[in-house]
Design a protein around this ligand. Structure first.
Ligand code: NAD
Length: 367
């Protein structure tokens, strides 16, 4: 790739910095992308995958880091967006040296990038990273981390469902409301608990039978359906809490719901599917707005103020963010996904207007 095309690539979405990390002795080959630090240090997980090409890895890290900037901006927290990818097989290539070397690279950025677990990396890997840097979050509580963020993510999705009901029904009551939850893992199972306890009729699907059994034992009113059925159910809300890219040209035609509110990242296969949902009058709660609870949780860890009540009250504000998105979409006659992007970008632009020129985040700057 020529230097010009790399520059164009970074400029297209305003990426600040790309760090390619290479160490023969440990086998580490990784890319860290810092998208934008106007609001604060770039935070985002470290993904490990055996990418076939450098191009694939680069595309992933650029796209995901930008998504983190938007998510933090919309959540009203002072973080920027970053992401890291380690190129390798998470089943066979992991060892302490690899993650300690990655930790050294993270540390060398002096707090401009804060890492965390992501797909292909876990608690053990992050505890190796922690031996080399303090710029890592989401670790176990006994090691000074804020623990599993999923309950906060689930709470945010639940608040998103209530805000959505307020728009479609004029009340946020769950009495008589039916919700189809796809995926009852860390986030989905807590969301189901909130929904059932507050009177909703819940349908679930998961490819892992043990997850379904455990939940049905606790909440016998739940109805289990197959993964093929869940998308076409005639219910009020579809809540994707498993995989991304569930909304595509085919599935849009099958949907009978009034709204989509779930935790899965990147639910729209392509941006244009946001407009397609809008045309079908299905209200879509942008995923990166309603699934920000986990990010809000680690933000309070970065601030050194991680107390459940404080984090919860910040997560409740997801309801207000979503309402602003719905209001803007209605007023401007645009899809909710477009409105979310506009609002996320606007907060960063407003912050920049107060600066004579763009300010990179550096250690020591107030959050
Ligand atoms: P998880 O791995 O704990 O749970 C996912 C569940 O989905 C599992 O029970 C799995 O068996 C099921 N599943 C997988 N493929 C499926 C399929 N094709 N059909 C139906 N079920 C399927 O993950 P999680 O932490 O609960 O996260 C769920 C989603 O939310 C993911 O997309 C994740 O990226 C996103 N998310 C999670 C958090 C968080 O705090 N955990 C934060 C933001 C976004």
């Amino acid at each position: 790739m020529s230097t010009m095309s790399l520059r164009k690539r970074l400029s297209r979405n305003g990426h600040e910095q790309l760090v390619v990390c290479n160490d023969e002795s440990t086998g580490l080959f990784s890319i860290i992308a810092i998208h934008d630090t106007t609001l604060g240090p770039a935070l985002g997980g470290c993904r490990m995958r055996p990418y076939d090409t450098m191009e694939e890895a680069l595309e992933d890290v650029l796209r995901l880091s930008r998504g983190m900037t938007y998510k933090a901006s919309l959540a009203g927290i002072n973080l920027g967006g970053g992401k890291a990818v380690i190129i390798g097989d998470s089943k066979t290539d992991k060892h302490e040296g690899l993650f300690r070397m990655f930790g050294q690279y993270v540390d060398s950025l002096g707090g401009r990038y804060i890492t965390a677990e992501d797909l292909g990396t876990g608690v053990q890997d992050m505890s190796w990273v922690m031996k080399e840097t303090e710029h890592v979050v989401g670790g176990p509580a006994q090691k000074g981390g804020s623990g599993d963020p999923s309950p906060y993510t689930a709470l945010g999705v639940y608040e998103g469902i209530l805000a959505t009901l307020q728009v479609i029904n004029g009340t946020d009551s769950l009495k008589g409301i039916s919700v189809a939850v796809q995926g009852v893992g860390h986030v989905g199972k807590v969301l189901v608990k909130h929904l059932v306890e507050n009177g909703a009729k819940v349908f679930i699907a998961d490819i892992e039978p043990s997850r379904i059994e455990a939940l049905c034992e606790t909440f016998p009113s739940i109805e289990v359906v197959s993964n093929e059925e869940i998308l076409g159910l005639d219910v009020d809300i579809y809540s994707p809490c498993a995989l991304g890219a569930v909304i595509d040209d085919t599935t849009i035609d099958d949907l009978k719901v009034k709204a989509i509110v779930g935790s899965a990242n990147n639910q729209l296969k392509e941006d244009r599917h946001g407009e397609a949902l809008y045309k079908r009058e299905i209200l879509y709660a942008p995923d990166y707005c309603v699934n920000a609870g986990g990010l809000i949780s680690v933000y309070y860890e970065v601030l050194g103020k991680h107390e459940p009540r404080v984090v919860e009250s910040a997560v409740y504000k997801i309801r207000d963010s979503l309402k602003s998105i719905y209001d803007m979409a209605m007023k401007e006659n645009m899809s909710t996904s477009q409105a979310a992007d506009c609002l996320a970008i606007k907060r960063i632009q407003n912050a920049r207007e107060k600066m004579p020129y763009k300010q990179l985040y550096r250690s020591g700057r107030d959050l």
